[in-house]
Design a protein around this ligand. Structure first.
Ligand code: KDG
Length: 312
């Protein structure tokens, strides 16, 4: 059995070894990128039993992906290899104003994740599923699959953690607003950026997002360098973000989710869960790779033990 099964597409990624714009023709490294598998790696690094469920092509990037995730300690036995469709690919183009991404993922192996996969018995053998709002944007099949896990919630499925993860390069805020709201409302735990929610749903504050989703859902609203707020049963907890010199932000949201979920699985209080989220995110913000080296246990425990005034 698993603590968490993370479900979603991971792509091959070509990105500069140092944060140099692609137009300057920097040497590129073959890496991997996928929001849900980033969460899986973070959770595995923090000592949890985690599987990644997805599909890859029968090609070099497909093999790089499964091999890399296995090396992080993620169970990849639920991964299917598609003999015909390729592994998706994306390019990361770092720039001082923020990184752009270019996707080559239409018709990818993972875009064929279909509603039938929601029947897999292994999915019922986890304490938690983690999904994101990227998957429903990939294809009608993927949208149906996400709905079965979240909205229709087939019998026996565990609680679902859902990171809204709106990707403007896949669908506009206008198109995504309604489906992502429906999925978020059906989830047990939701992660969303304050600015992301504003773009999608025109909410201004974290409290607005909480009101929009309905008070029952547990919710984390992240406000970049300001901090993150958690809404649980009758409680609201805010933890400011540590100050870091951002090198490259892609992957930080996933690292945050991994830290928070790890705290939750270990039965920590919301304040500690939010701190763990920030600690994991900070490590990723300081690295050009999506998956930064995770801070070691001793460093994490030291940061968790700080008084509130020493933390902020
Ligand atoms: O979540 C950070 C990146 O890994 C992610 O943006 C790549 O899964 C990805 C996507 O679809 O954008």
């Amino acid at each position: 059995s698993y603590d968490v099964i993370c479900v979603g597409e991971t792509m091959g990624q070509l990105s500069p070894a140092s944060p140099t714009p692609l137009a300057e023709q920097p040497p590129l490294l073959p890496r991997i990128g996928g929001a849900e598998s980033n969460v899986a790696c973070g959770l595995a690094g923090l000592g949890h039993r985690v599987a990644w469920m997805s599909r890859v092509g029968d090609d070099p990037f497909g093999r790089i992906i499964t091999r890399t995730l296995a090396r992080y300690g993620v169970d990849v036995t639920l991964v299917e290899t598609d003999p015909e469709r390729p592994t998706g690919l994306y390019l990361k183009d770092p720039a001082p104003g923020g990184t752009s991404v270019y996707y080559y993922r239409q018709g990818s192996a993972a875009s064929a994740l279909g509603p039938d996969l929601a029947e897999r018995p292994e999915l019922r053998d986890a304490a938690l599923l983690h999904l994101s709002g990227i998957t429903p944007a990939l294809s009608p099949d993927c949208a149906a699959f996400t709905r079965r896990l979240l909205v229709e919630r087939l019998p026996g499925l565990p609680p679902v953690s859902f990171d809204v993860n709106h990707r403007p390069a896949l669908w506009s805020a206008e198109t995504a607003a309604r489906p992502l709201l429906e999925l978020a409302r059906a989830a047990d735990l939701v992660f969303v950026g304050r600015d992301e929610a504003e773009r999608l749903w025109r909410t201004a504050t974290a409290d607005d997002v909480h009101a929009l989703l309905g008070g029952a859902v547990r919710l984390v609203v992240k406000d970049a360098e300001v901090g993150a707020v958690y809404y649980g049963e009758g409680e609201r907890v805010f933890v400011p973000a540590p100050r870091v010199e951002v090198v490259e932000a892609v992957g930080a949201g996933d690292a945050f989710a991994a830290g928070f979920l790890s705290g939750l699985l270990d039965g920590r209080d919301p304040e500690s869960c939010l701190r763990l989220g920030h600690i994991m995110a900070a490590a990723t913000l300081l690295s050009v790779a999506d998956l930064a080296p995770f801070p070691p246990r001793t460093a994490r425990e030291r940061l968790l033990a700080l008084s509130a005034s020493d933390w902020a």
